[in-house]
Design a protein around this ligand. Sequence first.
Ligand code: GDG
Length: 730
Amino acid sequence: MSDEPRTVVVSYRLPLTLRRVGPGWRGERSTGGLATALGPVVRGGRGLWVGAAGDAAAATDPERDALLAQWERQGFVAVDIPPAIHAGFYDGFANGALWPLFHHFPTRFQTRPGDWEAYVAANRRFCDAVLERLQPGDRVWVHDYQLMLLPAMLREARPDLAIGFFLHIPFPASEVFRVLPHREELLRGLLAADLVGFQTWGHAQHFRWALLRLLGIDSGLDRVEREGRVTRIEAFPIGIAPEEFTRTLATPRAQARLAELRARDGRRLVLAVDRLDYTKGIPERLRAFRLLLERHPEWRGRVCLVQVAVPSRERVSRYRELRREVSELVGEINGELGTPEWTPVVYLKRAVAREELVALYAAADVCWVAPLRDGMNLVAKEYVACQEAGAGVLLLSELAGAAAEMGEALHVNPYDAEGSAATLVRALTLPAPERQERLAALRVRVHHSTAHTWAARFLGRLGAAAAERVLHGGPTVRPLPLPDLASAWNRAERRLLLLDYDGTLTPLRPRPSEAAPDADLVALLSALCAEPRNTVAVVSGRPAAVLDPWLGAVPGLHLVAEHGATRRLPGAPWQPLRPGANPEWKAHVRPLLDAFTLRAPGSFVEEKPHALAWHYRLTEPQFGEWLARDLLATLEGVLAATEVRAVPGNKVVEVRFAWAHKGEAARTLLAESAAELALAVGDDQTDEDLFAALRAEDWSVVVGRQASRARFQLPTPAAVRAALQALVSA
Ligand code: GDG
């Protein structure tokens, strides 16, 4: 027995379809890379596959229930989506909005009232079906655009669950993605996963760009860190199960068909195989083919395009229009150019049997894969697998994900009819040695990167990503053990409290001026100060002019402003921490910051008595980062010989005295108070200096789940206040 965790695969459709046969029901197995690759992952008790069964749910049919119960024992769990939800979910939001937009057709996307709610409700159904069956140690692998909210729903219910998500279709450029209503919810839906996989590196980068532009979240090349949790981002180009195709091709039926096709008439056979979908570029390819026959009459009668097009999503109106458009175009071309002996386009508007498909792949001189946009495109890979003995040419759209991997194909821009026609002529006339060489290189990759290696790699990375999350969110920063703190607190004769303000005593606000203390906070601080054994200090990055009116009236409270540049002892005037420090440098630096402000709309300079800060939170994100790097480099030169430093912060560049940090303030207060016990609480990077200044036995507490050198952690400012209240009462 392996100790691999169980995998719960969730996709919109199960690899089984429920069909009514007379009065009863029958299940039909689907083939295809996904079913082949993930079948072994779930079979034999190793996991579950959760998805819709493909019929309109008929909840009260006992025969159907019996069959579904049998499926469940084999690892296939059918989710019933009531028809009223299904229409808005599948035909509506998934295929009317997400599908066109993700394939870069913003003009084709539409949302109707209620579609989004249906999408949410359907995702909730899948979530419930998964949660009902989860066992300890399970990991969940969610598939595709129909289920983008599912990772967040699962995470909310099960914070420790290992969750992976794979997007089979492209992730669009952020300028296209931003058109979508509810875009933020969808991004957050995915971010809840431990691992988000895309078909290509390009799609992954589009996703990162959208995070930055729409949520303001920075990411590394392969990861996002947020609230102490990591989401890994990676490309996993999907493959096929080549043996499925070569095995079928070896069957007598397929071989007989291949012989028939070859014996036909000596004409060149160009093959196209697609779902009847507007992303697949079928009309564009037909027009390019017509152009070739018009421009190169010598090819008339010598080449034939076989277009297999499987009808799909016919309830969506755009698909019905496409079907009509393709039929008309085929009719026109055959009517205008065909002869009694020759039909230029053979149009098969139906699914063909697997044996027929592989025989066509093997017989075709050229396979013309022309999507206007495609996540991957498996047809390109299937063709290569079936050209075992042949020397066919793959003509591949550069806008398919497959193009990134299949460099030896002849690439075309499917929107360029002339270019496509010219490349087809080239394909038809390419010398045999070159064809063989290109195909050989493609074949190695198709056999090497398969659906199996794809699934194994994804699950391997998911395991690693989940383990890393446990490591980060786990034992390094423990929750604050309040009873232990309270007893240490009670034992100590002299105690020092160092409290950051924003994000620690009050929640962070969009506008800094909204963060004024409420009456409860003032009362809490007053109670802490009233105890003679306590020295209490608020240590903030804010200037004195803000802290004074907010907290200046609390009797006995120490205030430290501008990260430690200046402070106020209870009842005394403000004093610089290092007397004699002269901020005359500001006069030289300020014009430089003003110049950067002019270049970056939305940025501004904050002037404090001892420091200057250039804020760029409202600036176009990447431009802001780029300018900030430029500013830091410039200031490094300008300030080299001074005791002033430029320090990068969260969307801010701070220019201040090198010694003006919270650590320096903490050390001074520790020495003056002669405290036996110090407790420091803070939430951001500048508070790390505070923690670093403490002694080993002191108590440091970070607010939030981010990585920190603090020993302990509290989740929110509210929890901080509760803990301080407990100390008052102790
Ligand atoms: C999505 C993404 C991504 C087609 N006609 C017949 C037939 N087929 C089979 C093909 C192929 C499959 O359908 C189509 O796969 P694609 O990859 O081309 O496209 P989508 O269905 O849009 O799939 C896509 C894929 O997910 C996987 O991640 O590559 O980019 O859009 O397998 O062989 N099969 C049979 N008869 C037919 O007439 N038997």
